[in-house]
Design a protein around this ligand. Structure first.
Ligand code: AMP
Ligand code: ZN
Length: 117
């Protein structure tokens, strides 16, 4: 049987089918190093529940999205990058979303210009 999670890259990482460098885990979220880092810290925080992205999220996902953001803040604290970091949700292919399992990027450890490209 196939469903949205069976060939989802991040669900496969959550199931341990694809290796990832774990940074943080709790009951709700999992965080790991981005394979193609765009900054000295580039961590992805994903909810353990599959949903495709912010567009597809519902009110019932609010707490999980908040938990992803708070996990990113804790990782930033642990890594002493609180002078300036960014959490990013790319929403849709036009904004660079390439994996359709919601994920928060945590980027830091270098100067981050504004606006982003
Ligand atoms: P986005 O482009 O916002 O959908 O982000 C997807 C991110 O996943 C990119 O930054 C990729 O570098 C990252 N990525 C893709 N495959 C893997 C993987 N196997 N392990 C860790 N990060 C990955
Ligand atoms: Zn998934």
């Amino acid at each position: 049987m196939t469903d949205a999670t069976s060939d989802c890259l991040f669900c496969r990482i959550l199931r341990g089918e694809i290796p990832a460098k774990k940074v943080y885990e709790d009951e709700y979220v999992f965080a790991f190093e981005d394979i193609n880092p765009q900054a000295p810290t580039h961590v992805l925080v994903v909810p353990k529940k599959h949903f495709a992205g912010l567009k597809e999220a519902g009110a019932g996902d609010a707490e999980l999205i908040g938990r992803c953001q708070l996990a990113a803040a804790q990782i930033a604290r642990d890594r002493n990058i609180e002078q300036g970091y960014r959490t990013v949700l790319n929403v849709g292919p036009g904004a660079g979303q390439s994996v359709f399992h919601l994920h928060v990027h945590l980027l830091g450890g270098r100067h981050l210009s504004w606006p982003p490209g």
